[in-house]
Design a protein around this ligand. Structure first.
Ligand SMILES: Nc1ncnc2c1ncn2[C@@H]1O[C@H](COP(=O)(O)OP(=O)(O)OP(=O)(O)O)[C@@H](O)[C@H]1O
Ligand SMILES: [Mg+2]
Length: 193
């Protein structure tokens, strides 16, 4: 469950929300509608924690995972497709990155060795070795084949990018999924869900 308590936000004196109290309960699908510039994306950012409200708070049931499909389709342009999907699992991705950084070092100290073995254990515990094939399966389900795995996001077409970003959002196996402008995706790209 996700709820807000007296959330308010203004940009440069323009009030977007004032004391918003709302509760999104499990098992339901909610739509937020409003004119262009009304503040829908901003509200989604507040719910996901990307942006802090000026007053009030957002409460998410402890332990629930949250994923977001953002309106910004360019955020991952410099990353390869498979890696972009795996970034959907934040914790796992951080472990992978730290591991790679240690192994890339030329002067590998004893402490690096200890840290690497800790990371390997965490990685194994999270089924890290299956993560790459899981990401590939998810992409295949969205008709993005293996020939795309190592391409950079910026070299994909708009519809292909949205599919990868959707795979990223689903990859973290979220309890709460926030989709900014899903209708936009549907109209433009005929996405099969
Ligand atoms: N970081 C920011 N600083 C200042 N103003 C901002 C910022 N982000 C958004 N705004 C402004 O806040 C308002 C709400 O923006 P937002 O992107 O949330 O609207 P939206 O409802 O998602 O619009 P759209 O339908 O076009 O996606 C807009 O007037 C926008 O220009
Ligand atoms: Mg928006």
């Amino acid at each position: 469950m996700i709820s807000t308590d007296n959330v308010s936000l203004a940009f440069g004196g323009r009030k977007l929300f004032n004391d918003v109290n709302i509760k999104f309960t499990p098992g339901n699908c909610y739509g937020l509608i409003g004119a262009n510039g009304a503040g829908k994306s901003t509200f989604v950012k507040i719910l996901s924690g990307e942006l802090e409200a000026q007053t009030g708070s957002v409460n998410i049931t402890p332990g629930e995972r949250l994923s977001v499909l953002k309106q910004d389709h360019f955020a991952y342009d410099e990353y390869p497709v498979l890696q972009t999907v795996m970034m959907g699992n934040d914790v796992l991705f951080k472990i992978m990155k730290e591991k790679d950084e240690i192994y890339a070092k030329e002067d590998f100290s004893d402490e690096d060795g200890i840290r690497a073995s800790e990371l390997e254990a965490e990685f194994a515990e999270m089924n890290g070795w299956e993560a790459e094939s899981d990401a590939g399966i998810m992409l295949a389900g969205l008709k993005i084949g293996t020939e795309y795995h190592h391409k950079l996001m910026k070299d994909l077409t708009g519809p292909e990018k949205v599919k990868v970003l959707l795979a990223q959002a689903l990859f973290g196996n979220p309890d709460i999924l926030l989709l900014d402008e899903p209708i936009f995706y549907k109209q433009r790209y005929t996405l099969l869900l």
